[in-house]
Design a protein around this ligand. Structure first.
Ligand code: KDG
Ligand code: MG
Length: 399
């Protein structure tokens, strides 16, 4: 079964998405997601100008060989742009394989190890009460695990605090301000408040979004211990892998990390030294299903569970790939789940279904998603940047 065409579709049904369709001479086609938030067109150009010509005439069945060739064979390797494009191709080839076999992806991955995937939603607020109220709304809708973020007094824009999406700069990035001291003072008080308001039955977690240095992260982890978080997410920058030891030395809080990693080698020291408890790679940025499955297997050997990144800035195709893996993997932990803007369903058909705190996918062959290209054309790309962050003295900080 030879690849005859790869089409790249850039669309904005409320969010910018870079999608692909790989077409074969048998008439079967596959869909993939190559969305990299704020740098969408770099991936689109790579797919269209550089990768499409390399794919024409290839055997669509040879996923691993194609992965190795696009990762290593092209010499320039790794990083979010190259590996997001690779992920799109990888997903589309798995979709084709599933359609050819007439089997859903989870079945090709070894079959279900569970009937549904536990997921968590995001509660945000400008105050502790707002965050608690949002968490209550999610709990009422069946969520058993809730990520909680709140606005930090004295700062301007705080990651995850606003309801809905982060402010998106269309001309230039929106600049947030940030200081670690008020953050470190606020977050333990938030969880103290939330436990008193919400009780002990609901699982809570928090995303630091790589904003602390090692000793600050260790302090936060220790101070959050009484509130028994499901996990503390991304406490440190991805460059600081060895520094996770500092947090481990001071706390037993479960740690999650990985949405900025782009391949298995970047994850390795955290896995082999058991410095984390959950791996949170993004399937769309790590080279797709092929690489994520290998990362999960490495993690299984070190008693680490998966918690694949599931933000609103990747399309339902990646969310579907996440859940297919979740259903098949023995060491699945939890799945992040985000509500997508309504028009997304006009463009991408299929994707996971939420019910009672868990996600499932259909038994359709492959990923179970389709792209309506005519509908996509009605939602043209709109430039949008992620915010950036500066300290009170004007210096750059991690967003
Ligand atoms: O584009 C950036 C987002 O994907 C990221 O900020 C979301 O941290 C995130 C999360 O945990 O969902
Ligand atoms: Mg995160």
């Amino acid at each position: 079964m030879k690849i005859t065409e790869m089409r790249t579709i850039v669309t904005c049904p409320g969010r910018n998405y870079v999608l692909i369709k790989i077409v074969t001479d048998s008439g079967i086609h596959g869909v993939g997601d190559g969305t990299l938030n704020g740098r969408e067109l770099a991936v689109a150009a790579l797919l269209e100008k550089h990768l499409a010509p390399l794919l024409i005439g290839r055997d669509a069945d040879r996923i691993e060989d194609t992965w190795q060739d696009l990762f290593r064979g092209t010499y320039w390797r790794g990083g979010p742009v190259l590996n997001t494009a690779l992920a799109a191709v990888d997903m589309a080839l798995w979709d084709i394989k599933g359609k050819r076999a007439q089997l859903p992806l989870y079945s090709l991955l070894g079959g279900k190890t569970r009937d549904s995937a536990l997921c968590y939603g995001h509660a945000s607020g400008d105050s502790f009460e707002d965050t608690a109220q949002h968490a209550r709304e999610l709990i009422d809708r069946g969520y058993r695990v809730v990520r909680c973020q709140t606005q930090i007094p004295g700062t301007h824009g705080t990651y995850g605090a606003g309801r809905g999406d982060a402010p998106r700069g269309e001309q230039l990035p929106f600049v947030e301000t940030w200081e670690p001291t008020p953050y470190l003072q606020t977050i333990p008080k938030l969880f103290d408040f939330l436990r008193r308001e919400l009780g002990d039955q609901v699982e809570l977690l928090h995303d630091v979004h790589e904003r602390l240095n090692p000793i600050q992260a260790a302090r936060l982890a220790r101070e959050l211990e009484p509130y028994h978080l499901f996990f503390l997410e991304d406490p440190l920058r991805p460059e600081h892998k060895e520094s996770f030891r500092v947090i481990r030395e001071h706390s037993t809080i479960p740690l999650a990390m990985g949405e900025l990693f782009t391949n298995k080698w970047e994850c390795l020291p955290l896995i082999t030294e058991q410095l984390i408890d959950f791996i949170r790679c993004d399937l769309a940025h790590v080279g797709g299903i092929t690489e994520a499955k290998k990362i999960a297997t490495l993690c299984e050997a070190f008693h680490i569970q998966t918690a694949w990144h599931g933000p609103p800035d990747v399309s339902p195709i990646t969310h579907a790939a996440n859940v297919h893996l979740d259903l098949a993997l023995p060491n699945f932990g939890i799945q992040e789940w985000s509500q997508l803007p309504d028009p997304v369903a006009d463009v991408i058909l299929g994707g996971p279904t939420y019910s009672d705190g868990c996600l499932t996918v259909s038994d359709e062959p492959g990923l179970g998603c389709e792209i309506d290209e005519a509908a996509a054309g009605a939602y043209p790309y709109q430039r949008a940047y992620l915010p950036t962050t500066r300290r009170a003295d004007g210096s750059v900080h991690d967003w």
